[in-house]
Design a protein around this ligand. Structure first.
Ligand code: UDX
Length: 452
């Protein structure tokens, strides 16, 4: 059992603290946001992450996890202090490190015994050295400490699984003993542990996310080519994925990536490269392809509806991906903006994020369920592949809509079934004939089929 502190109770910090507590450690989680901390002390979470409310509640009750806004209290008995604060991207892609700086200064001023400072936040390569300089220059008295980089690889919506069953633990430090101690903390996870230097560990995080984003832009480019040649992108991805060098992961074509990580991290890596005079050709292309997905979706809708002025368009899903309430860099919101700028009226339904979306985007009319969304729409545009959308009664959808048009931004429906049900349908890389045009006008649905 070890005493550890986590600074920052966002997705990464809260999952890290709750999971380390569940592994039997004594954890103090700190944030400067008093409302957040007061809520957490009552077991109320500021974020939606499957399984996290129960995990926090259980460890709160067991006394292994507690929350505070006081750095003095947080570091008093700690052997490890994990920094898990946000590093938002600036306009050019540079990472904004103000929260890291604040945490480092506060830790330095509060520490009363040797500490191992473990950075989990995604930071530009070289930040670990910068962090050490800040701590050293802000200590009241000189107390030994070490800095270890320990990048996180948590997917929102699967964060607890990803923490408890990591593919690997990456540690980077100039102090091998400190890295070894952090490795000990991770032994119960029974995953490969890699110890390297600070800069290399920081780069592994960026390179991993940039590679995953590259896979997504790659399959999206292939989807564009499939549309022109009448191939089916989902079948192509399946055929590719059997190759163990490729795998089936991150080969889902559609609206592209969003969220608080991929857009920011790819941009930051490109910025770091350009700053050092190494033109990031591939990363630029990855970002351009991804940006184009949003306008492509609007083009597809315009091809099926004609002039969008006055048309009612229903967005199915708003979050950047399923099983999260996170709207950051959500493609749906960019698409909503584009449709509005062409005079369309936007309606939306999302299983968990509508309240937050309504606050941010009052111009979007929220529907209470998918069917009331469909009523009166000229087109339904799928933006997030929530499971509940896959099971919808599409016959009922067809009867409720003003025009039976579906533009499938996440390829959740089968083009042939959509045609049989009487929809005019396109996806990304599917729903196109050999001539590169949307599949011919739907055959009139036979009665028995409509009862699907
Ligand atoms: C990602 C990384 O997976 C994780 O390791 C890192 O720590 C944080 O960033 P996350 O952003 O939570 O996690 O979501 P992820 O599941 O990776 O999806 C990222 C985006 O890519 C989403 O917008 C998703 O819709 C999109 N995506 C994902 C695709 O468009 N196609 C795919 O095949 C997979």
């Amino acid at each position: 059992m070890k005493n550890l502190t986590v600074v920052g109770v966002g997705h990464v910090g809260l999952v890290t603290g709750a999971c380390f507590a569940d592994l039997g450690n004594q954890v103090v989680a700190l944030d400067t946001d008093q409302d957040r901390i007061s809520g957490l002390q009552r077991g109320q979470l500021p974020i939606y992450e499957p399984g996290l409310e129960e995990l926090v509640g259980r460890n709160l009750a067991a006394g292994r996890l507690r929350f505070t806004t006081s750095y003095a209290e947080a570091v008093a008995e700690a052997e490890f202090v994990f920094i898990a604060v946000g590093t938002p991207g600036g306009a050019e892609g540079e990472a904004d490190l103000k929260h890291i700086r604040q945490a480092a200064e506060s830790i330095a001023q509060a520490m009363i015994a040797p500490l191992i400072i473990v950075n989990k936040s995604t930071v530009p390569v070289g930040t670990g050295d910068w962090l050490a300089d800040i701590v050293r220059s802000h200590q009241r008295v000189s107390i030994p400490f070490s800095v270890v980089s320990n990048p996180e690889f948590l997917r929102e919506g699967a964060a607890i699984t990803d923490f408890m069953h990591p593919a690997r633990t990456v540690l980077g430090s100039t102090d091998a003993r400190a890295a070894e101690k952090v490795a000990q903390l991770h032994l119960p996870l029974r995953a490969p542990i890699m110890i390297t230097d600070l800069r290399t560990a920081e780069m592994i995080k960026y390179a991993s996310n940039a590679f995953l984003a590259t896979k997504i832009s790659f399959i999206n480019e292939i989807a564009n080519i499939c549309e022109a040649l009448g191939a089916d992108i989902k079948e192509v991805a399946t055929g590719m994925g059997y190759d163990p060098r490729i795998t089936h992961h991150f080969l889902e074509a559609g609206l592209g990536y969003g969220g608080s990580c991929f857009p920011k991290d790819v941009k930051a890596l490109a910025y770091m490269a350009a700053e050092k005079g190494r033109h990031p050709q591939l990363l630029q292309a990855v970002m351009e392809i991804n940006d184009d997905r949003r306008s492509l979706l609007v083009d597809k809708t315009r091809e099926l509806l004609g002039d969008l002025r006055g048309k009612v368009i229903g967005l199915l899903g708003l979050t950047f991906k399923p099983d999260t309430d996170d709207l950051r860099e959500a493609p749906a919101l960019e698409v909503a903006q584009m449709f509005s700028s062409e005079g369309a009226r936007i309606r939306a339904y999302d299983p968990v994020a509508m309240e937050r979306a309504a606050e941010l985007y009052p111009e979007i009319q929220m529907a209470s369920d998918p069917y009331s969304l469909a009523a009166g729409c000229d087109a339904i545009v799928v933006c997030t592949e929530w499971n509940e959308f896959i099971q919808l009664d599409l016959r009922r959808f067809h009867d409720l809509m003003r025009q039976p048009v579906i533009v499938d931004g996440r390829n959740i429906y089968d083009p042939k079934q959509m045609a049989r049900l009487g929809f005019r349908y396109v996806g990304f890389g599917q729903g196109y004939g050999p001539d590169g045009m949307p599949l011919s006008e739907p055959e009139p649905a036979r009665q028995e089929e409509r009862s699907l």
